[in-house]
Design a protein around this ligand. Structure first.
Ligand SMILES: [Zn+2]
Ligand SMILES: [Zn+2]
Length: 255
């Protein structure tokens, strides 16, 4: 019933207890999990994991943190061939992250554009990571806009105005566990946006929701995000979860 559209379950953080974590997913009724790659190595790991479990899918990407210089042509063609494998349902994570002082905006923008073009070429949704970089993120999406460019803004952190612009450009907003934090500005965004444009994620092992803040996050906690959305939207939990699941299945074309 619940969906976690962005969770790094294939990361080494889960190497010691992945089976137990997956067991808890079943207990908690998580019926879809999307595990994004951040470079060729982690994309391969994600595909290994998704090939073992029906309800886990992968996306292949190039995280802006890993882009410090021009991306070699071979990397792009390797990612393109990985994207053709079964269980790969999107391109990501990709995007821009200007949070750290030593980031290289020029290389990040070039890589982001190349990966958006790959998403369009393969007709797959894009999974976008944007941190402290909304202006350039939205400008590049506007410049690359085409009838089949679509996807999610993972770990959405913007305001309502940015949210509406993302939706206008063909993107859904994926809401992380920070929605449950006391000082979060996300409740106002969730309130203002149609539930059909919202998705749920954990970004585990990062960003644990209340009441697990500060501990390793895990995908079963996506339930707390969904509960909070249902509360804000004044919908029964089942109804909210059902709408969110349908949006995810449709966007990622998962049967
Ligand atoms: Zn991210
Ligand atoms: Zn992530």
């Amino acid at each position: 019933m619940f969906v976690d559209v962005h969770c790094h379950l294939s990361f080494p953080d889960f190497d010691n207890d992945r089976q137990e974590v997956i067991g808890r997913l079943k207990e908690q009724n998580i019926s879809l999990l999307i595990d994004p790659g951040t470079d060729t190595r982690t994309s391969k790991r994600s595909i290994e994991l998704s090939s073992l479990h029906d309800f886990i899918y992968s996306t292949v990407g190039l995280h802006p943190h890993d882009v410090t210089k021009a991306v070699p042509e071979e990397t792009l063609s390797e990612l393109e061939s990985l994207a053709a494998l079964p269980k790969v349902v999107g391109i990501g994570e990709i995007g821009l992250d200007y949070h750290y002082r030593d980031h290289c905006a020029t290389s990040q923008m070039e890589a982001f554009r190349a990966m958006l073009r790959l998403a369009k070429k393969l007709d797959l949704p894009a999974v976008i990571h944007s941190r402290d970089a909304w202006k350039d993120t939205l400008r590049i999406i506007r410049e690359e806009k085409s009838s089949n460019l679509r996807g999610i803004m993972h770990c959405f952190s913007g305001n309502t105005e940015i949210a509406l612009e993302c939706i206008r450009l063909g993107f859904k907003l994926s809401i992380p566990g920070t929605l449950t934090y006391k000082k979060s500005t996300l409740p106002a965004v969730v309130h203002d946006i149609e539930i059909g444009d919202l998705l749920t994620e954990t970004d585990a092992p990062y960003l644990s929701p209340v009441p697990f803040r500060g501990k390793r996050n895990e995908p079963s906690h996506v339930r707390f995000v969904t509960e909070k959305i249902a509360e804000i939207k004044q919908l029964p939990l089942n109804a909210a979860a059902g709408i969110i699941k349908r949006t995810a299945l449709e966007l990622f074309a998962v049967a």
